[in-house]
Design a protein around this ligand. Structure first.
Ligand code: G3P
Length: 225
C-alpha cells in the first residue's frame, strides 16, 4: 500500500452528491492519477459506503471519514476500526467538525487505530482542542476552524495564527504528530502558505469535490509542493 508522507493532501469527499455511487471512484481515480504523475502524496476519504470499493480498486491511501470506538460484534450502524482495516483502508479521520466525538472517545479510537496499524488523523477546531487531543498521540492532527469550512477564504489567509500556534502547541506535547490544516483551502497558494506556516499538509473538500473540473483544481493545488 502507498504510504502517506508529508506534505500530504487529504481530500475529504464528505457526502456531496458529486461522489454518490460511481462518482466516488471516478474522483478517487483522478486523485490517484495526479498523485502518481506528480509524486505528491494525496489521500482520499470517500463516503463510507464506497470505502471498500475505492480501497480495493486503487493504489492510493484511503481514509475512512469516521470510526467509532467499538469492537466487532453487535453495534448496528457503527463503523469499527477493525472493519475499516479489513476494507483495505489506510486510515481514518476522527472527530471531524461535522461528526464530533467526546475527547475520551477520540482517545479510544486513536488507540484502537494504533493497534491495527491504521493512520489516525484527528480533527480539532482550535489550538486548545488540538493540544488536548495531542495527548493521545495520533499520527496527524488537522486543525480546522468550523466557521471557515466550505467557504472561499482559506484558513491560511483568514487565520494563519491558528496554524502556527497549533504547530507549536502540538509539538510541545508530542513532536512526532504531523499537524495539518484545513477549511477553505482551494488553491496552490493556500497549500504553499500552509506548508510555509509549518503544516505538514492540508485537509480539504469542497474545492476539489464540488469543482466542475477536479483534475485541474487538484493540479493547481499541488503545483508548489
Ligand atoms: O474535511 C475537510 C473540511 O472540513 C474542509 O472543507 O470544503 O472547507 O475544504 P472545505
Amino acid at each position: 500500500m502507498i504510504e502517506l508522507r508529508a506534505p500530504s493532501v487529504i481530500v475529504n469527499f464528505k457526502v456531496y452528491g458529486e461522489v454518490e455511487g460511481e462518482g466516488a471512484l471516478r474522483l478517487a481515480r483522478i486523485c490517484s492519477e495526479v498523485a502518481e504523475e506528480s509524486g505528491v502524496s494525496i489521500a482520499v476519504c470517500p463516503p463510507m459506503v464506497e470505502l471498500s470499493l475505492v480501497a480495493r480498486e486503487l493504489d492510493i491511501p484511503v481514509l475512512s471519514q469516521n470510526v467509532h470506538p467499538r469492537k466487532p460484534g453487535s453495534g448496528t450502524g457503527y463503523t469499527t476500526p477493525s472493519a475499516v482495516k479489513a476494507s483495505g483502508a489506510y486510515g481514518t479521520l476522527i472527530n471531524h467538525s461535522e461528526n464530533r466525538q467526546p475527547a475520551e472517545s477520540v482517545g479510544e479510537c486513536v488507540s484502537m487505530c494504533k493497534s491495527l496499524d491504521l493512520c489516525a488523523c484527528v480533527c480539532a477546531e482550535s489550538v486548545d482542542k488540538a493540544k488536548e487531543l495531542a495527548a493521545f498521540s495520533p499520527r496527524m492532527i488537522a486543525v480546522e476552524p468550523p466557521e471557515l469550512i466550505g467557504g472561499d477564504v482559506s484558513v491560511t489567509t483568514a487565520n494563519p495564527r491558528i496554524v502556527t500556534d497549533t504547530v507549536d502547541a502540538v509539538r510541545s506535547v508530542d513532536p512526532r504528530i504531523e499537524v495539518l490544516c484545513g477549511a477553505g483551502v482551494k488553491t496552490g497558494e493556500d497549500v504553499k502558505t500552509a506548508v510555509d506556516l509549518g503544516a505538514k499538509g492540508v485537509l480539504l473538500a469542497s474545492g476539489v469535490v464540488k469543482a466542475k473540473d477536479p483534475e485541474t483544481i487538484l493540479r493547481d493545488l499541488i503545483k508548489y509542493i
